[in-house]
Design a protein. Structure first.
Length: 116
């Protein structure tokens, strides 16, 4: 293979890998977000005591994480307090969240510090 062909092949491979992380559906966004929630232990709730809702925005999916109040989970059944949100960027799947301080969206890459 000629050097110019190698470069072209390398650029083609690199450009295709850029789009490998594209997120197209709410289901894909939820799967990515829940994987990160488990990986980084973003909540101490059992899965059955949490609710997730996805809202599609032009550039990202907003994943809202709430408490689910039932007899088994506790809490007032009429309420479902918001815990935090995760944003899943559509073009590359990058995750940011306000879980760390409740206000600012920061890269989702570590477990939050829990106060005792």
């Amino acid at each position: 293979m000629k050097p110019s062909h190698r470069l072209f092949a390398l650029l083609l491979l690199a450009s295709s890998s850029i789009f490998a992380g594209e997120i197209r559906t709410k289901d894909e966004a939820i799967k990515l977000a829940t994987g990160a929630i488990h990986k980084y232990r973003l909540t101490t709730l059992k899965d059955e005591c949490g609710l997730i809702d996805a809202i599609e925005k032009p550039l990202y999916f907003e994943i809202l994480v709430r408490e689910r109040h039932t007899q088994d989970c506790g809490g007032t059944p009429e309420t479902g307090p918001r815990l935090f949100s995760v944003r899943v960027r559509k073009h590359d799947g990058r995750l940011t969240s306000d879980v760390y301080d409740g206000t600012n969206y920061k890269p989702l890459d570590h477990a939050p510090v829990r106060s005792k």
